[in-house]
Design a protein around this ligand. Structure first.
Ligand code: TZP
Ligand code: MG
Length: 219
């Protein structure tokens, strides 16, 4: 059992958002284990069409993997499922907040668990900064098949200037564009495809981890 406090975001820089749809048919448990071996700091279970029973089974296995390895385990969309799985936190999109306001999620999860919120524009980021969340995600920065638009890199500086809590940048990140993020001062990134679809998942995660370490890590 690891002694890392997985409910703190300090020094956390690499976040894998695990989504079966993008796993090219590989087992999610295997992908997650390889990514953990490669050094990811956070793992999110992002499954939109599984039954509750499947989510509980998969989530239970992922939570155990993360716990053994000091990786923060986050559940997408559903604070009640996150609580049931004893996850480290939940990630809420803008639509999730319509169904479950952040204060309700906080009641369910308590003070020591993590709540993350997605934002897709500087205006949304500004608004979400006033909410009771522990980190904010900003993206999609680069074009990605998951979304039909991308924000680009021009607003990253403004977002980092406004930030009062950790910000994770997401969307279309790959080794070819990573340097642009680094130059903008980004120290915390989230990815789906470039890690899930890598030939060698552990090596690819390790590559990002190394680059992010050079970039300074989350404060
Ligand atoms: N939110 C903004 S972009 C994105 C999500 C979930 C998808 C990121 O996936 P990829 O494959 O890293 O572009
Ligand atoms: Mg959601």
């Amino acid at each position: 059992m690891s002694t890392v406090n997985t409910r703190s975001l300090k020094d956390r820089s690499l976040y894998l958002v695990l989504t079966e749809e993008y796993g090219n048919g590989r087992s999610l448990r295997e992908i997650a284990a390889e990514a953990v071996a490669g050094g990811i700091d956070l793992l999110q279970m992002r499954e939109k069409s599984k039954s509750r029973e499947e989510l509980l089974r998969l989530g239970g296995d992922l939570a155990a993997l993360c716990r053994r390895n000091g990786v923060t385990f986050i559940v997408n969309d559903d604070p009640l499922l996150a609580a049931e799985l004893d996850a480290d936190g939940v990630h809420l999109g803008q639509e999730d907040l319509q169904r479950c306001p952040v204060d309700r999620a906080r009641e369910i999860l308590g003070r020591d668990r993590i709540i993350g919120i997605s934002t897709h524009s500087v205006e949304q980021f500004r608004r979400a900064s006033g909410l009771d969340a522990d980190y904010l995600a900003f993206g999609p920065i680069f074009p990605t098949r998951t979304k039909d638009y991308s924000i680009g890199t021009a607003e990253i500086r403004e977002v980092l200037r406004l930030a009062t809590k950790p910000v994770v940048f997401i969307g279309g990140v790959n080794p070819a564009n990573f340097e642009i993020l680094r130059k903008e001062g980004v120290t915390f990134v989230a990815l789906i495809r470039d890690i899930m679809q890598a030939q060698d998942i552990a090596a690819r995660a390790g590559w990002y981890k190394e680059q992010l370490k050079k970039a300074g890590g989350t404060r």
